[in-house]
Write a protein that binds this ligand. Structure first.
Ligand code: NA7
Length: 539
């Protein structure tokens, strides 16, 4: 070996990237089976999404009691939520609680970013490098990077010249941002933008919201929990554990009604009743036909529009803020609290940027194509993420023959059940495309299932003397075909948002999340395992 060639500082059985919901549990599982395993995490602490997204108003819109891990009754019951949909600080505390209860921190390298990973065909192992100069030799590389963790933050020419503060919501300054009494602009009205806007409006002097695509927003009902409420949901532990993994979305509820079996009056009653529940149930537990049947989609969309119109009143606000060209539920549905009423305040301006887009950021603020300048002190980019792929393509990952995951996915986004990618042996993935993830899925349900599958897979390999697993080309082609067929039947496939990758210029189009249902996906992954890892080659 030539002098100066970096040598492995550390040898592992498994290296996990990311200390969020998936990474923490994966670490626990693999440690329990006796592996020498370590997590590398860019952030200074655990939490993943709940570490990074500390913008004002960040909160769950899955009910908190279904977002918890279900593998340990003790871990579940020793934590109590204060609300149905708690805010980020409480969620981050919960993740600290988990890390402490399972004593995870001793096996995590914080403030350390994995920069590259290279597979060696001779040894069947990965060489992983970090920004702190560490070189790690590991048998398994497990990515737990999250579906929505690569922020789209360098979007506009001139950003660096802005005289005030500019930042992406997921990079909200830890020390807090100075927004009180300031002229603040928010670009983006997705789930994140909506939470920020409704929360900061009281604090800022003037709020300018740049709206390109409006959203169907549903009002959230977020009661505080009494001791009795907490006891009641904890008493459901066994029920939740047996239900959540098998529903269509990993939530506690499933689609409950069949459109054609009800009269128009009954449908209306159902919609009204579910709307009043103040959760995502109108989307995930009403009529599955909204995803497949244009006529049903139109009717449910019109129901939600009607509700929004009644609150917005002003025709120009309705034009800017109520969707007309895609169906309810085919984009991520945000929950809101007083969001629409924000636009009635005298210090709030909604600026439509669909026909007259943002052309650049200038030192004074935001400049539109027609030359209109909005002078601002702070610009908040609620502009979303390079979903599913971005977290991995930002790492230089090299598989068999030096092939690059970034190049592969820039041509075509393919995975085998979102658990492996052909050409990248011994790299196991969570929260990547072609599995149920973030879209139509309660994340913890899906991530628990994927990490458990990976854990079982490695157990199986060790027990049977295998050292390498690789997704086969044919197996991957079959999964991609099934995924695409399922997606094509869903109206989501006709829309533009991060669900289809269309929010990132040049990204190959594909419905990113598996839309066949969380329970079905689970069965298919378990069937493949039970058949001796069908679709994978073990050696
Ligand atoms: P989203 O849902 O991707 O929303 C991003 C928003 O930013 C959306 O309104 C975009 O409008 C807007 N955007 C992006 N680029 C631009 C430009 N150049 N000009 C104007 N507006 C722009 O991200 P979120 O963070 O809100 O939510 C991501 C997920 O996190 C969410 O689905 C939950 O699962 C949690 P567009 O729609 O592209 O017209």
């Amino acid at each position: 070996m030539a002098i100066g060639t970096p040598t492995a500082h550390r040898t592992l059985d498994a290296l996990i990237i990311g200390a969020g919901v998936a990474g923490l549990y994966q670490l626990h599982l693999l440690r329990e089976q006796g592996l020498n395993v370590r997590v590398f995490e860019t952030a200074a602490d655990v939490g993943g999404t709940w570490y990074w997204n500390r913008y004002p108003g960040a909160r769950f819109d899955s009910e908190a009691y279904i977002y918890q891990y279900l593998f340990s009754e003790e871990l579940y019951k020793n934590w109590s939520w204060s609300q149905r949909f708690p805010a980020q600080p409480e969620i981050e505390q919960w993740m600290h609680y988990v890390a402490d209860a399972l004593d995870l921190r001793r096996d995590i390298s914080f403030s350390t970013t994995v920069t590259s990973a290279e597979y060696d065909e001779k040894s069947g192992r990965w060489t992983v490098r970090t920004d702190s100069g560490e070189v790690v030799d590991t048998q398994f590389l497990i990515t737990c990077c999250g579906m929505l963790s690569a922020p789209l933050q360098d979007l506009f020419p001139g950003q660096q010249d802005f005289a005030g503060q500019i930042f992406h919501t997921s990079r909200w300054p830890r020390e807090g941002a100075e927004i009180a009494g300031k002229r603040v602009g928010v670009i983006g009205t997705g789930a994140t933008g909506i939470q920020v806007i409704q929360t900061i409006v009281d604090e800022v002097a003037d709020l300018t919201v740049f709206v390109r695509t409006p959203q169907y927003a549903l009002p959230m009902k977020n009661p505080s929990y009494s001791a009795d409420d907490v006891a009641a949901y904890k008493a459901r532990f066994e029920e939740l554990r047996s239900t959540l993994p098998h529903t269509f979305t990993g939530f506690e509820y499933d689609f409950r009604y069949v459109w054609d079996e009800l009269t128009p009056e009954q449908r209306r009653e159902v919609l009204e009743e579910i709307y009043e529940n103040g959760s995502l149930q109108l989307w995930l537990a009403s009529f599955a036909e909204m995803f497949f049947d244009e006529a049903v989609s139109d009717e449910i969309s019109e129901f939600v529009r009607e509700k929004m119109r009644a609150r917005l009143v002003d025709p120009e606000l309705c034009r800017l803020l109520i969707p007309e060209d895609y169906g309810f539920g085919t984009h991520r549905v945000p929950l809101e609290t007083g969001y629409l009423e924000v636009y009635h305040r005298p210090n709030v301006t909604a600026v439509g940027v669909r026909e007259n887009p943002i052309s650049r950021i200038v030192p004074e603020g935001v400049l539109l194509a027609d030359g209109t300048l909005y002078e601002l002190d702070v610009i908040i980019l609620a502009t979303g993420f390079d979903a599913g792929t971005g977290a991995l393509t930002r790492i230089d990952i090299r598989g068999v023959g030096g092939r690059s995951l970034k190049d592969d996915w820039s041509r075509d986004i393919r995975t085998t059940m979102g658990l492996m990618v052909h050409g990248y042996p011994n790299m196991l993935t969570t929260a990547v495309p072609l599995a149920p993830s973030a879209a139509l899925c309660n994340m913890t349900t899906c991530l628990q299932q994927q990490t458990e599958w990976i854990d079982e897979c490695i157990r199986y390999m060790r027990k049977n003397g295998y050292t390498v697993i690789e997704a086969t080309e044919e197996g991957e082609a079959a999964w991609v075909a099934h995924h695409d067929e399922t997606a094509a039947a869903n109206l989501i496939s006709k829309t533009n948002s991060w669900y289809t990758g269309s929010n990132v210029e040049g990204k190959p189009r594909r419905v990113l999340s598996y839309t066949g249902g969380v329970g079905t996906y689970r069965e298919k992954t378990l069937e493949a395992a039970a058949a001796g890892y069908k679709g994978f080659e073990l050696r």
